[in-house]
Design a protein. Sequence first.
Length: 244
Amino acid sequence: MRILLFLGSCLWGFGFCPGSLIASELSFGAELDGNSRYVWRGLALSEGPVLQPSAWVSLGGLTLTPWANFAFREDDAPAGFNELDVTLDYSRDIINLTVNPSFSLYLYPNQADAPPTGELALALSYPVGPVSIFTDHSVDLIATAGAYFGDAGLSLERDLVQNLAVEASASAGWGSARFNEPNAGVNRAALNLGGADLALTWSPGGLFYLRPHAALSVLLDRELRAAVANPLLITGGLAIGRDF
């Protein structure tokens, strides 16, 4: 209840009013994303390929997004359906600044050693010429209360030709000791990682879109690099989806 009241007060402070929902148009969509590996904040959470379906529904700046992870290799712990995330976020433009508070609930079916948890997050983005400066900040509220992770970087979105757009980003991320200890076994705050992403989105006739994508992440902190098997990760995948 306290979480909901806090999130509600944040949304009201950003100018969200329940009456705005009445005048807003409902939109929704779905996506099926296949990835060579599940990578989260520079850490490999699978040894092999994964399938990650998601869907979303938006109204009045509010968006509800369920997302799931399916692992294929038997040595992943465990194979099959092993994660479900549900995120509620609100987006508002204040002059040129995009402000996006959110709350995410993380559930881990078939993983007895992974308790459910939730994160409160705030994302900010500001355009500067052809690029946007962005920063994201997340804090755990349940399983490891107070665990913090943040990142900042630059992103670029541009139409190449009709129905074909490119997206690219580069960023650095950092975590608190309370984040790094349970996730990587390193009990101190650090500048965790640097990363880059590249994606092409092809939308033929507006019926659906195809998005091939690739990502690179490298752990920068010496102790974090020593604590994991793969401090350098390169992944690729293909997503297909549709907005309605």
